[in-house]
Design a protein around this ligand. Structure first.
Ligand code: IPE
Ligand code: IPE
Ligand code: MG
Length: 226
């Protein structure tokens, strides 16, 4: 089975909290803890790459208090995550329009990317202020400023945020929504999609196992015939 990269659309934090009569942000807090667990479960199964959709270019539409909470949480979590995962040789990559979030987050992201750049056992990509369309537009703008007048699939890839990460084999979305919500539009061309009703803070190792089992039974043809 070829399964190198799983990308997660971590959805349902707000509903998870509302169901418990808690504020939405409590769901984000619990959801943030889940990332580390999922990285470990994937690493145990030999999956080298994981991507987590943490904040979309459309999530700015939310109340300022919720947006600030999410970025505040992130600021606190990155260093803790790094300390706990140091031994595991995790490389951290942040993809998205990070600069637009603000200097503080940008500097933290750069700091941990640099600190972990020589680790290659597991690669964790956090998609932050990420949009699939924004990524394609940013790539095109880089191409224009490089004055290239022709491009193909392979050369285009080099202008994406993280060309070294292979396309996701499997995309898992929690919370029952069945859409991509602007996630990895270029990279998901041949990804297998898996949807579960479980809210992200409740995502478990059993759920991951179910998704992988399902994936194992898919026939990936990439347009060819088997
Ligand atoms: C996903 O959970 C986290 C982010 C989008 C930041 P939501 O906050 O979207 O939770 P629901 O979908 O409203 O329940
Ligand atoms: C997608 O979830 C974005 C993230 C998980 C970060 P949303 O909750 O923003 O997606 P929609 O609005 O339901 O499509
Ligand atoms: Mg949502």
């Amino acid at each position: 089975m070829n399964l190198q990269h799983i990308a997660f659309i971590m959805d349902g934090n707000g509903r998870w909290a509302s169901k418990r009569n808690k504020p939405r942000v409590y769901g984000h807090l619990r959801g943030a803890y889940k990332i580390e667990e999922v990285v470990r479960w994937c690493a145990l199964r030999g999956i080298k790459y994981t991507t987590f959709y943490a904040f979309s270019t459309e999530n700015w539409k939310r109340p300022k208090s919720e947006v600030n909470f999410i970025f505040g949480l992130l600021e606190k979590k990155i260093s803790k995550f790094y300390k706990r995962m140091e031994k595991e040789k995790v490389r951290l990559i942040f993809t998205g329009r990070i600069k637009e979030i603000g200097d503080n987050i940008y500097n933290i992201c750069k700091e941990y990317e640099e600190k972990t750049q020589n680790n290659d056992r597991i690669v964790v990509n956090i998609a932050l202020n990420y949009g699939g369309r924004a990524e394609i537009i940013d790539a095109i703008n880089k191409i224009i400023s490089n004055k290239l007048n022709s491009i193909n699939g392979e050369s285009f890839r080099k202008f994406l945020y993280a060309p070294e990460i292979p396309d996701p084999d499997l995309i898992i979305r929690t919370s029952g929504e069945k859409r991509l919500s602007n996630f990895l539009l270029w990279q998901s061309a041949y990804s297998e999609l898996y949807f579960t009703e479980v809210y992200w803070p409740d995502f478990s190792e059993e759920e991951l196992e179910k998704a992988i089992e399902d994936y194992k039974n898919r026939k990936r043809r990439f347009g060819g015939i088997k």
